[in-house]
Design a protein. Structure first.
Length: 369
């Protein structure tokens, strides 16, 4: 009897996802596969970036990693071996002649680099990539040399020593730990990521589901909230149903999505400061929220009737900010915290910054799954 009930539930879910009409019949210029091809191949043509600064980077930046990850996921979902091969060829020099570009695993931002070899392993089965990716994932829970005393206190609580209570941590930590779980099947990776997420949620999520940029910066910065939305999404995609923290994380995700729905503009965008009508439409946060919402609808975490139109509207609006060459416009520059509304309103709006390229590709593979 139990088997029949499970089968019935699965059939019901498949039927529900197949009937999401909002995720097909796209207007001209908004087809996800066309957009994915444009941005993925544009990424391959783009040299390693340095957060928009002149000169080559000292190491591969997290923003490039996130874009590369999106391109790899797009190659997988579209079964494109030529694209996969070229994305792989871009990575191989980092193992040898350009090894100096590998980031040092001394901070949450560089550590996400390990998501790339883990994704490459899952697609190519090259064991060298698995070893490399696991090493980066494990470093988040391995005491570094010359460690500060507080690092051991964090590890004693089961937290990574890289814990700092910044909202973007929850993408950087959760993506690589989820990737390590997907590549190995080892529950320790996904379980410790979930435990870390709950600590962050309890400490910094506001009652409306959104997040201040920092405890001393009471502003709902768009991309900062985007990192959290995307981080919860990446975690929930792979978090087993029997994980004790899953209900808490799912509730936090749903509360956030409910609040975001209220702040979407008539155009379909989200703003640089999510709740501030005087701020400007910003693409990286919009892309992250759209990715999170598309995934939630498809996975059944969100009611399709209520949220599928919101996700569709967000995607179509986002595509209107993509140049013919694949560059995304109106991307907020890299931003530290500052207790000033004007600081956020005055941030540079960049075209082609990887912070904006990445979430568009995430939204693409979410739509195509």
């Amino acid at each position: 009897m139990k088997r029949y009930l499970i089968l019935f539930a699965m059939l019901g879910f498949i039927g529900a996802t197949a009937q999401i009409k909002e995720f097909k019949n796209w207007p001209k210029g908004s087809d996800p596969k066309e957009i994915g091809n444009l941005l993925a191949w544009h990424f391959l043509e783009t040299p390693h970036t340095n957060f928009g600064m002149p000169g080559p980077p000292g190491s591969i930046t997290y923003a490039e990693v996130c874009t590369w990850y999106g391109a790899l996921k797009f190659a997988a979902i579209t079964k494109n071996p030529d694209l996969l091969n070229k994305l792989d060829l871009r990575f191989r020099p980092l193992l040898y002649e350009k090894k100096n570009l590998q980031p040092k695993p001394d901070h949450v931002d560089p550590n996400i680099f390990g998501s790339l070899p883990l994704e490459l392993f899952m697609q190519t089965k090259n064991p060298l990539y698995l070893d490399m990716g696991k090493w980066f994932a494990d470093q988040q829970w391995t005491m570094p040399k010359n460690a500060k005393p507080e690092y051991q206190a964090l590890l004693d609580k089961g937290l990574t020593w890289q814990t700092r209570m910044w909202i973007d941590d929850m993408y950087m930590i959760n993506n690589i730990q989820a990737q390590a779980y997907r590549a190995t099947g080892d529950r320790k990776y996904i379980d410790r990521a979930a435990a870390e997420m709950v600590v962050y949620l309890d400490a910094i999520q506001r009652p409306n589901g959104l997040f201040f940029h920092a405890a001393d910066v009471p502003f709902f910065w768009g991309r900062g909230n985007g990192w959290m939305a995307a981080g919860m999404t990446e975690l929930l995609i792979s978090l087993p149903a029997d994980n004790k923290d899953r209900p808490r994380i799912l509730k936090a995700y749903q509360t956030m999505m409910s609040s975001l729905k209220q702040y979407q503009t008539k155009e379909g965008m989200w703003l640089q400061l999510v709740d501030d009508a005087g701020s400007w439409p910003e693409t990286s946060g919009t892309g992250m929220f759209t990715f999170a919402m598309i995934t939630g609808v498809k996975k059944g975490w969100l009611d399709a009737k209520e949220y599928a139109p919101v996700a569709r509207k967000g995607w179509i609006a986002l595509t209107k900010y993509i140049e013919a060459n694949g560059d995304v416009r109106e991307v907020c520059q890299g931003t530290n915290k500052e207790n000033s509304r004007q600081f956020y309103l005055d941030r540079k709006r960049i075209t082609g910054d990887m912070h904006g390229q990445a979430p568009v590709l995430w939204s693409v593979f979410a739509l195509l799954q």
